[in-house]
Design a protein around this ligand. Structure first.
Ligand code: SAM
Length: 293
């Protein structure tokens, strides 16, 4: 899809370029922050699945405001991680790696040098296959990997925010999150399309069970999803659902007419390496035709 057709269709895509955000996702974190005051008083943050970096931009902006208000506090520290390379951002420590890998978790922990983070955010999403059960399962595994890292780096009382796909097995995830956080809310920012299954889980006041020892072996990932379906009636975990973002503001599912004087802007930070680059090179070299013969 050409950038001008996306310009016509997606108001948050246009606004992101106008306001200097690397991606439209910035508005999701801004609207969650508006609703839950997530970034108030935050000095240390981890941004998991961060590329191209708009959430890191929001974190940088808000944490430097916090520091300006409280200069006696330590300088802000933000660690951002993604599978993809990310263009540099001032005052953000960047790490290229897979958050489901123990080695990545260890590096993140080492960057914090024994300190703990006030918040961990994760906007991670797998490449969707269109097979809903499979996509939801992989998304849940990514979220649990993020939770696993969180249990190592988050301070008690801290907050964890992550993208979630609200599928039929969501109850198991809610239950797992409630083991660590007394307050769990599922929220849908206005900038997230209604047509999308995505929402964000906002987990507040990190309180691990007594004597809980964080482990890198992902014990949470081994639970069987059949167990979730057994949770019925009053045993089902219910978490509050909250829409956020100004309801009179832009609707992510609507198309707004362009002003007559509108000129399309270039994206602020185009991808460094497109994920489909290798496939394109193979296609150019006729690889697929040779394999098919
Ligand atoms: N929050 C970002 C922003 O504001 O610019 C956008 C994140 S984008 C929706 C999802 C990201 O998740 C992709 O950049 C993808 O590379 C990353 N991702 C998916 N699986 C991952 C994994 N296992 N480890 C690290 N990053 C992963």
């Amino acid at each position: 899809m050409g950038k001008s057709s996306k310009d016509k269709r997606d108001v948050y895509y246009r606004l992101a370029k106008e306001q200097g955000w690397r991606a439209r996702s910035a508005f999701k974190l801004l609207q969650l922050d508006e609703e839950f005051n997530l970034l108030q008083g935050v000095h240390r943050a981890v941004d998991l699945c961060a590329a191209p970096g708009s959430w890191s931009q929001v974190l940088t902006q808000r944490l430097s405001q916090n520091h300006a208000q409280n200069p006696q506090e330590q300088e802000p520290k933000i660690v951002a991680v993604d599978l993809q390379a990310m263009a540099p951002l001032d005052n953000v420590i960047q790490l290229q790696g897979d958050i489901t890998k123990e080695s990545t978790a260890e590096k993140i922990i080492s960057y914090f040098e024994g300190e703990l983070a006030d918040i961990v955010v994760c906007d991670g999403a797998p490449d969707v296959t269109g097979l809903h059960d499979m996509d939801e399962y992989i998304q849940a595994q990514l979220l649990l990997a993020a939770l696993n890292i969180t249990t190592h780096v988050l301070r008690p009382g801290g907050c964890f925010v992550a993208k979630i796909f609200r599928g039929k097995d969501i109850t198991l995830l809610y239950s797992q999150l409630k083991v660590f956080f007394p307050t769990v809310t599922c929220s849908k920012p206005r900038s997230s399309r209604n047509s999308s299954i995505e929402a964000f889980i906002v987990c507040q006041n990190y309180t691990p069970p007594p004597n809980y020892t964080p482990t890198m072996t992902n014990p949470l990932l081994d639970l069987h999803y059949d167990a979730a379906n057994a949770l019925v009636g009053p045993n089902r975990t219910i978490v509050p659902f909250l829409a956020c973002g100004d309801l009179n503001g832009y609707d992510a599912d609507r198309t707004y007419p362009l002003q007559t004087s509108y000129t399309s802007l270039d994206p602020l930070q185009p991808p460094i390496t497109a994920p489909y680059k290798t496939a394109m090179e193979l296609k150019r070299n006729n690889f697929y035709n040779k394999v098919a013969k």
